[in-house]
Design a protein around this ligand. Structure first.
Ligand code: ZN
Ligand code: ZN
Ligand code: FE
Length: 756
């Protein structure tokens, strides 16, 4: 007797816009089942009936054979005895569902099939700049609402032509239900606006290539915003771009035509190759082979490299153009520009022309930026290609919003055990960025249907994110919790590695407000999500004039010298201004206290004469990393003091020895390395003490200072040698961008300070 049954299957995860329903349709035919499939706000729902054996095999196959871009987070089903009597299998219209919870795909780089078609003279999409299919194209940045259907994207105004519609409806076609599907006849159009505001519509790509070859700076509309591009080989053009962007020294990212071009410039491992060519197409920081492009990234040994990811990018490269500088187009500290008018207005005088199109970008999303460490992404910026895919966490809690830090702001929304981390947002002190931040919080809340009643923010009362949290809480009647900055760093790295135990945490960064109302940043903590003890820190540095010292880092050098030698040597005083700084330090006027390793790096950088005034954040430390001799094993002597039960690294012996080395002509490569090696020794000696007291063997590393690869690797190796388990970030940034995830983890696990 044939056992006929019916089954209802719910699949959750990234199952929309990735060819999931056609995949199901094909699988159904293999097993001769009848019924239907539809997108819901929760994912995909399938009902089938037929031979029970086949139904079971079908369900097994869903996970085994799923489409490349899909991610199945859960698959649940119920089996029923009574049959409906379906005659065929159909795809039925999406329904809005009360409890909507869909995962949305990040944007996907053009796939090989589309690339092949685009290069095929006989294909109807030959050189079509918006070619895409179910396996590729924009997603997150064009989606306005869920469920993911064309009319809820910025493609809504482009009505599919007959040919495209046929593909869209054909289950056998690669473009079956590809929402952004289009062609020359029905899709967006590319055009160029030159410096005289003339619009060019014919042979646009050829025209732009000519412009690039002539050294022009072109604003190019991409996936999550505009880039400013110029020929990377043309030093003059790059220098002009620096001038126009007021970006004196900060490295630019480049886009290479292909892997061979990358190979010529950088050393590249198999792991790096894999990440570089993945559909996420991040900017990967690769070691330079030579100093040929030092005018692109003057301060370090890395080049930020990415490969083309849109059809337009591919069309722009040829035999002559093989490396382009591609930098986010924005006004200083403002979010990346996404709209045509916005670009033309704001980049007037910056760009020589605009390569644009009439498909709107709904969501701003910068390129992701990362290192590849032991086969894993190590983020400096987690954004396009990764957002909005959630981080799965090892706890579950009610809906929650965390507001992050301030400068490298991000927010995070928790639903069940999914943490939806925002894309890169930027510095909230800028009003445009703050507005972008608020808009994105609303957008994420709508997309993922998250209604937080608990809001988490930093302990710093003056952060714009804290202000936002308090306003939000008042408006929506929520409870607010504050989490100390470095506790959030620690928790962020813990949850990143699914840890739930006591840990020793090296939380080293530029700044974060401590409970004693001074600025922390050289902290070694011991604890868990709920609580922490501040075990060690560094001797306080006096910042003359507060924030100004983070830019004019010679001010920090003066203080390091003053505290180490008891006076500031007259012959380092350059001008009247520095004389004033000297007086401020000597007389303790307008001084802010900081125990930040980031600041210590700044001061040492200035003492070494690498930089006295930085042109971007972290430059002092980046230069120390650049010069450090990787083979140097020696370190400086240091002293440990105790203050209120907290161990303090007294760095004055280090500074004395550095000055001594300088006077004796020791090269800066050695000094830079010895300085960082000393920090590693300090950290490991403290960790061993904590281990003796507590038995704790787990060490987490978090904070912006660990963007320094020299320090990161030396620290990791040293701790491993000593038998510790060392954890670094894997899914979120080690800098303040990762703070929001840590804030969520602290409060969901019973920590944080409740505000009343
Ligand atoms: Zn494709
Ligand atoms: Zn068409
Ligand atoms: Fe921080």
């Amino acid at each position: 007797m044939i056992d006929l049954k019916r089954a209802k299957i719910n699949v959750n995860g990234i199952v929309q816009g990735v060819g999931f329903r056609p995949f199901i349709h094909k699988l159904i035919t293999d097993y001769n089942l009848k019924g239907w499939v539809k997108n819901t706000s929760n994912g995909v729902e399938i009902e089938v009936e037929g031979v029970y054996e086949n139904i079971k095999k079908f369900i097994e196959d869903i996970d085994k054979k799923k489409p490349k871009l899909s991610v199945i987070e859960s698959l649940e089903y119920n089996v029923f005895e009574e049959l409906v009597g379906y005659k065929d299998f159909t795809i039925i219209k999406s329904t809005d569902n009360a409890s909507k919870f869909t995962l949305i795909s990040p944007d996907v780089a053009i796939c090989d099939d589309c690339l092949r078609e685009m290069k095929d003279k006989n294909d109807r999409r030959y050189e079509f700049p918006f070619i895409n299919c179910t396996n590729c194209g924009p997603r997150f940045t064009i989606i306005k609402d869920v469920p993911y259907d064309r009319d809820k994207t910025t493609m809504q105004n482009f009505i599919m032509c007959d040919s495209c519609h046929k593909e869209y409806q054909d289950i056998e076609d690669r473009r079956y239900h590809a929402q952004p599907n289009c062609c020359f006849e029905c899709g967006p159009v590319l055009f160029y606006i030159d410096s005289h505001k003339n619009t060019i519509k014919d042979k646009v790509i050829d025209y732009v290539k000519q412009e690039l070859k002539m050294g022009k700076i072109i604003a190019i509309k991409g996936i999550g915003g505009f880039h400013l591009a110029c020929d990377a080989k043309n030093k003059e053009a790059v220098e002009r771009l620096r001038l126009k962007k007021s970006r004196e020294e900060k490295p630019f990212a480049i886009m290479c035509r292909d892997l061979n071009t990358v190979h010529a410039l950088c050393n590249i491992s198999e792991d790096e190759k894999e990440v570089l060519t993945s559909f996420r197409r991040p900017i990967v920081l690769l070691r330079k082979k030579n100093n040929k492009y030092d005018y692109i990234s003057p301060d370090n040994n890395y080049l930020g490299v990415m490969l083309p990811y849109t059809p337009v990018h591919h069309l722009l490269f040829d035999d002559e153009i093989d490396v382009l500088v591609m930098t986010s187009a924005n006004m200083k500290d403002c979010p990346i520009i996404k709209d045509n008018e916005e670009a033309i207005e704001n980049l007037d005088g910056v760009a020589d022309g605009f390569l644009i199109n009439n498909r709107d970008i709904h969501i701003r999303c910068d390129d992701s930026l990362l290192y590849v460490l032991e086969g894993q992404e190590y983020f400096v910026r987690r954004s396009r290609g990764y957002t909005p895919f959630p981080i799965k966490v090892n706890f579950e809690y009610e809906d929650m919003l965390s507001c992050g830090a301030e400068q490298k702001a991000s927010f995070c929304l928790l639903k069940q055990n999914y943490a939806f981390l925002s894309q890169h947002i930027g510095d909230l002190k800028n009003i445009e960025t703050y507005n972008h931040y608020s808009e994105q919080i609303e957008h994420f809340r709508k997309l993922f249907d998250i209604n937080p009643k608990i809001i988490v923010c930093d302990y710093h009362p003056d952060y714009m994110s804290t202000e936002y949290a308090i306003k939000f809480a008042q408006k929506h009647n929520c409870n607010v919790f504050m989490v100390q900055h470095h506790h959030a760093h620690m928790a962020s790295c813990m949850v990143d590695n699914n840890l739930d135990c006591n840990v020793i945490a090296l939380t080293w960064d530029g700044t974060g407000l401590g409970f004693d109302n001074t600025l922390w940043g050289g902290e070694i903590l011991y604890g868990n999500y709920r609580e922490f003890e501040r075990k060690a820190t560094i001797k306080k540095i006096n910042l003359a004039g507060g924030d100004a010292a983070t830019k004019e880092i010679y001010r920090i050098a003066y203080d390091l010298i003053y505290q180490s030698f008891g006076s500031i040597n007259e012959d380092i005083i350059e001008d009247k201004k520095s004389l004033v700084i000297k007086k401020m330090i000597e007389n303790n006027i307008n001084i802010y206290k900081s125990s930040s390793i980031g600041r210590l790096f700044d001061g040492v950088s200035a003492i070494l004469g690498l930089k006295s005034v930085v042109s971007y954040e972290g430059q002092g430390a980046i230069l120390i990393e650049k010069f450090a001799d990787i083979n140097e094993e020696k370190h400086y002597n240091f002293k440990l003091d105790k203050n209120d039960g907290i161990i303090e690294l007294d760095w004055t012996p280090i500074i004395k020895e550095i000055v001594y080395d300088l006077q004796n002509g020791v090269n800066k490569e050695t000094i830079c390395a010895k300085f960082m090696n000393t920090l590693v020794c300090f950290a490991s000696s403290i960790a061993e003490k904590i281990k003796q007291e507590t038995g704790c063997n787990e060490v987490v590393l978090s904070g912006g200072v660990f963007q320094n690869m020299y320090l990161l690797n030396k620290t990791k190796n040293k701790f491993k040698e000593l038998g510790f388990n060392v954890y670094t970030h894997r899914r979120v940034s080690t800098n303040d961008e990762g703070i929001s995830l840590g804030q969520i983890a602290v409060v969901a696990n019973g920590g944080g300070i409740k505000c009343v």
